[in-house]
Design a protein around this ligand. Structure first.
Ligand SMILES: [Mg+2]
Ligand SMILES: [Zn+2]
Length: 174
């Protein structure tokens, strides 16, 4: 499965997540990833990081945040799969920035996996649109921007959960 990062794994901020100190896990999200991983899921991450293009933080800082994520999940016995990020700004016209599905395709190519039906968990409209574009299963969590996204027209068939912990419970107990 594929996860968005900000607002799904860690607390989001309109001021961007610019340092490891500002990268704060949402309660239960680390355990959820660890449990999914231990139950056999590959958990990859696809995250828009236009703060790179805007100069708010650099790639080394982004890597440090992701090392922190990997370490925390490993401490609970799990593993984080491929983490793909889009470093571009919204006006650069890249293929990776969600709602475009480029990062999902990169992950699928890496694992030689089929995106059809694969769960993509996000908190923003762009996440759901990216999932829809490649026939993946759009999943919305109410953390981060999720509450705001709930007020928009959601793709048909979108699954909705309170948070990533609830996603993990649903998958592991069915
Ligand atoms: Mg997000
Ligand atoms: Zn991009």
């Amino acid at each position: 499965m594929i996860l968005d990062r900000d607002g799904v794994i860690n607390e989001d901020s309109d001021a961007y997540i610019k340092s490891v100190q500002e990268w704060i896990p949402i309660p239960g999200s680390i355990a959820a990833i660890a449990q999914l991983s231990m139950a056999g899921w590959t958990v990859a991450v696809a995250t828009n990081q236009s703060g790179i293009a805007r100069g708010y933080y650099d790639l080394a800082t982004l890597d440090a945040m992701h090392e922190r994520l990997r370490t925390l999940v490993a401490e609970q016995g799990g593993e984080v799969g491929l983490i793909v990020y889009c470093p571009h700004g919204p006006d650069e016209g890249c293929d990776c920035r969600k709602p475009r599905p480029g990062m999902l395709k990169t992950i699928a190519a890496h694992y030689q996996a089929d995106l059809a039906g694969l769960w993509f968990v996000g908190d923003s409209w762009g996440d759901l649109e990216a999932a829809l574009a490649v026939d993946s299963q759009p999943v919305l969590v109410k953390t981060g921007k999720g509450h705001k996204t709930l007020g928009k027209a959601l793709p048909e068939g979108t699954l909705i959960f309170d948070d990533l912990a609830a996603v993990a419970r649903a998958l592991i107990h069915t």
